[in-house]
Each structure stands twice: as C-alpha cells, then as structure tokens.
Design a protein around this ligand. Sequence first.
Ligand code: AMP
Ligand code: GLY
Length: 423
Amino acid sequence: MKVLIVGSGGREHAIAASVKKSPKVDKIYCAPGNAGIGQIAECVPIGAMEFDKLVEFARQEEIDLTIVGMDDPLVGGLVDAMEAAGLRVFGPRKNAAILEGSKAFSKDLMKKYGIPTAAYENFDDPDKALAYLETAKMPVVLKADGLALGKGVLICQDFEEARAGVRTIMQDRKFGDAGSRMVIEEFMTGREVSVLSFVDGKTIKIMSSAQDHKRAQDGDQGLNTGGMGTMSPSPFYTKEVDEFCQKHIYQATVDAMAAEGRPFKGVIFFGLMLTEDGPKVLEYNARFGDPEAQVVLPRMKNDLIEVAEACIDGTLDRIDLQFEDNAAVCVVLASEGYPTAYEKGFPISGLERFDQAEGYYCFHAGTKKTEKGIVTNGGRVLGVTAKGADLKQARANAYKAAEWITFENKYMRHDIGKAIDEA
Ligand code: AMP
Ligand code: GLY
C-alpha cells in the first residue's frame, strides 16, 4: 500500500511512525513533511492547502490512502476534494470538520443535544457583545469563532479587559476572519484532559487519555503555546470520569453530528475540563492533537492503517482498540523566545541517540535538512517522547532523553507531568 500523510509537524511525524509499523504499507509520502519525517517517508514539496496539487499527486502516484493530520485542510475541504477524485482518505469532510472550524457551531450543537459544556452566547455584532458583557459574570471567556492556531481564546478578568478583547477579536480582527463571529462563555475551573477517539460516522472508540501543557513556562506561567509537552494517560481520567463521558459526551456527539446530516469520520479530539459539576467539553478538534499524538500513538497496539480503513468503511465496531498498559511523556524542545520571537537555523546534535533506543522517540516539529545537517526551523523544534512502566518512569525517561539533544537556544519546560505527584 502507498500512504500519503498531509502535514509537517510532530503530530504528522508520530502518525508516519505508526504507519511505518503496518505490514500493509510499502511506501509513505508526506506533504510537505519535515527533516525527521524525511527519514521514514518521502517528503513532497506540496503545501497542505494546495488541494489541486495534492489530488493530482495522489492520483499520479496511485496513493491507496491519504491521512490528513492538520486542521486547516480538513476545515477547508481537502477530504471532499480527494473523495471527488475517487481517492480514499482518512479524515472528516468539510461539513463535519466544522465541529472544530466553528466554535459557534459546536456550542449550538452541544446545547441542542444536551452535551455538557460551559454556558455561552454567540455574537456577530460587537455592540451586542458589549451590551451582554456589561452584565456578565467575570472572569469571562471570549473565543473567536474560527481557526486561530489555538490562540483565539481570551480569558478576561473584568469588563475593561473584555471590552478590549471584543475589539481585538471582532474589530481589529487579530485572528482574521476567525473573528467575524465570537462566542462569549462562562469561565470554568478544573483539570484539563485531552481524549482522542476514532469515529466511523456512527461508532466511536476512545483512545487512551492525555494531558497537554499549553503555557510556555514552568508552573503554567507565560503565554499560551501550541503545547509544550504531554503525558498519557492522564492520572485524573478515572473510571468514573470515563463512564460519565461515555454516557453523556462521546456517543452523544457522534449521534448529534449524524442527526445533523454531518456524519463524522476520522478523529474527534475532546478537550475536556473536569469541573466540580462533572466533565464538560471545552472544545472539539477534528484531528489528532499535537503533541497528544506523540504520546498516544506510540502506546497504541493496533495497526493504524486497519483502524483508519475501518473508520472509512464504517466497520469500526469490529475493531478492538487496545493500548499498552504503560505510560508515555513527551517534552517539547523549543527555541528560546517561542511563542513570540525566536531565531532559527541552529544545528541540532544528538538525534542519532534515538535510533537504537527502544521506547524513545524524537518527533520533529520545526526542523530542516541543510548542508550543515539538520537545523532548527521553528518555535517548537522537537518532541522527545519516552515510554515507561508508569507515568513517573516515563517522565524520568523523557527528561533523560531530552538531554541527549543539544542546539543553541534550546528551551523546554521542566515540569511536564508534574501533576502526577498530585494525583
Ligand atoms: P479552546 O481552544 O477552546 O480549548 O481554549 C483554549 C484554552 O483556553 C483551553 O485549553 C482552556 O485552558 C482555556 N479555556 C477555554 N474555554 C474555557 C472556559 N470556558 N473556562 C476556562 N478556561 C477555558
Ligand atoms: N494540543 C492541542 C491541540 O492539538 O490542539
């Protein structure tokens, strides 16, 4: 089988590594890929939003299965374009990827079908948003409706901050068209858990839970980032939490999408908050998380290709999804200054240490191959993942392996998985 993966980050590297394990697969391509992915796949210089070129490439190379890793092409309709050309592709169609592409849509869906989430109102008029905020309970959460690289969420402590937030999102359009509509939502407190799942339109199978660390600095300080590290499973995702979510959230979401004439096939990522009143949905994503995929996929026992094909064919009910009875931690090695300003182009050493190390992975996020060797080429550079018998062991292993790598301006958080000690 020939497989094409669309994307270029650590998540796509983790997907490629899982695909490579499948005995069904002879050849992997990745568009556009990165230096690490290039070691196990052939990278093709086509951008994830160049739909015509991707379709043409998949046809020419007779690709048997395309896996779309990123949100932008999913929300933009890459799956529809590929299907229209008779190609097999894993991921939601545009009318289902809206679950991630529009927060107003997802909030309305949850309200209509009684899926637990924060109370909210949608606005497309900034004046009406301001009038609402005058009497709203603080703090309050403002969210740009559309995709904003995870940055379109503002937590405002008082009315003045909220007023500035409305201006930022709806008037200055800091997040572009994503801010033409806005959700204003009740502020909730609790631990966050990421739960990824496979969905075939009607059946849903939950993967092992994970926890992201979104802030740039230790102690959850600093700016929000794409994610500085993850652990799987989350020690707070208990049997009770799982039972509640199975009953009120997971199947309910899949059924709601089907009832709306938007059957979802692919990966639904449930961003959950474990509040005092029980688990609630913070957000949905229509894809694997990054860096959640880097700790969840290495622990999956199933053949990813088999599971993806079952999702496409509507036969997921026949798959017995299984995860190893261990744990994994991923520590992101970033460039000093991320997520704002940082330098690129520094040579990376130590990558070869991972070649023979069983249970250790170095997933590339922002790297580039040059004559000087592999150099840094982004804010998040690498995701170092290690497995262990339990979370403590996995964390110790991940931090040990994070030291195998050196590059100028290397930056990481030192407390990924610290919550283990509180569990
Ligand atoms: P989202 O992209 O919707 O997941 O929001 C990004 C982050 O903002 C979440 O991971 C939470 O940390 C925070 N957040 C979003 N919505 C809320 C809320 N209603 N209450 C508290 N924190 C929130
Ligand atoms: N790690 C969060 C995300 O992928 O959106």
